[in-house]
Design a protein around this ligand. Sequence first.
Ligand code: FAD
Length: 337
Amino acid sequence: MRFGIAVRVWYSRGAMVLQAEFYDITVVGAGPVGLYATYYAGLRECRAKLIETYPQVGGRLISMYPEKEIFDVAGHRKILAAELVRELAAQAMQYDPTVVLNERVTGLRILGERIIELATPRGLHYTQTVILTAGCGAFVPRKLDIPNLIDFEGHGIYYFLKSFEPLRGKRVLIVGGGNSAVDWALSLDEIASEVTLCHRMYKWQAHEAMVHQLLASHVRVKYPYYTLKQVLGEDRVTGAVIWNERSGLEETIDVDAIVLSIGMLTNMEPFRDWGLSIVGSGIAVAPDMSTNLPGVFAAGDIVTYAGKVLLITAGAGEAATAVNTAKEYILSGDLGR
Ligand SMILES: Cc1cc2nc3c(=O)[nH]c(=O)nc-3n(C[C@H](O)[C@H](O)[C@H](O)COP(=O)(O)OP(=O)(O)OC[C@H]3O[C@@H](n4cnc5c(N)ncnc54)[C@H](O)[C@@H]3O)c2cc1C
C-alpha cells in the first residue's frame, strides 16, 4: 500500500484558494543523491515527487563529467559517470515517482504542520516533507585572477570536461590538486599527447592511491607551489606560463588547452532566504539529516556537518537517513496511518 494519498490542500492566499496534489516526500534536485533519495522513498512506500531544474537527471555527473570514470562508488570497481546515472535513474523509477523536469524550485514555505509549499516559475507543489538534494546550489567555477583568462574561455580554457574527444592528441595543462584535477589528468593521460598538472599546495586534496597513480603515470607533475601565471596565445590558447609561488621560478610551456579545476564558488543565499540555517557553504543538518525547518531534510553536497565528505557514496547514505527520518516525521503526524 502506498503511504501517501492525493488530498486537497485548501488555504487562503488573498482571495485565492488553491487545490493540489499532495506528496509524502518531495526531493529537490535530481543529481545522484536526489535519485537515490527518490528510490529509497519508494522503498519506504512514500509517495514521492522529484523536481529538477534541468531537462535531464544526473546532476554534475552529466553536466560536468559524463565520460569520467568513477572509482569510489560502493559496489563498482569503476563505472562511467553517465552509466552510473543510468543505473541510479532506473533504480529510482522502480516505484513510479512523479518526475518534474525543467523546473527550478525558487521558494519554500511552511504552510502548516506537514504542509509545505514549493514554488517554481511554472507553479506550486505541495508536500508533507522535503528532501533538499540541490548539490552546491547555484555555482560558478572558481577562476584565477589572470587578466586575459576570460578572453580565452571557449578558446582553450576549460573548467570541466563534458567530453575528452576535443582534447585527443592535444597538449593539456591541468591546474589543481583535488580529486577532479587528478582524475582528469589520469583520464587524459591516454588521450592527450601530453599532460602537465600543476598544483600550488604542498598537500594533495585527492585520494592518496590516485595521487600515487598520477605520480607513476606519464603526466608531468609540477608541484608543490606551482600555479598558472599567464595564458599565451592570440585567438586561442597556445601556451602557458606556470610559476613556483615560493621560488619565483617561471616556466613557459606549449599547450593547446588549460583545464582549471580549482573548485566552485557557491551561492547559498536562496536557501538562506527560505529560512534555512546555512553554515559556511552548506545547509546545517543534524545527524538525522533534519534542517532547522520542520519537515525539511537535506542530503548530498548541499549539507554541512563535521567530517562531511563531498562524495556520491556519502550522499547516498545521507539520503537514506533523510528518507527514514522523513518517514518517521510523517508517521508521527495526524496524516500518518
Ligand atoms: C569534476 C568532478 C569530478 C568528481 N568525481 C567524483 C568521483 O569520482 N567520485 C565521487 O564520489 N564524487 C565525485 N565528485 C563529486 C560528486 O560529483 C558530488 O559529490 C555529487 O555530484 C553530489 O551529488 P548531489 O546529488 O548532492 O549534487 P549534484 O550532482 O550537484 O546534483 C544536484 C542537482 O540539483 C539540481 N538543483 C539545484 N538547485 C535546484 C533547485 N532549486 N530546484 C531544482 N533542482 C535543483 C541541479 O540542477 C542538479 O541536477 C566529482 C565532482 C566533480 C566536480
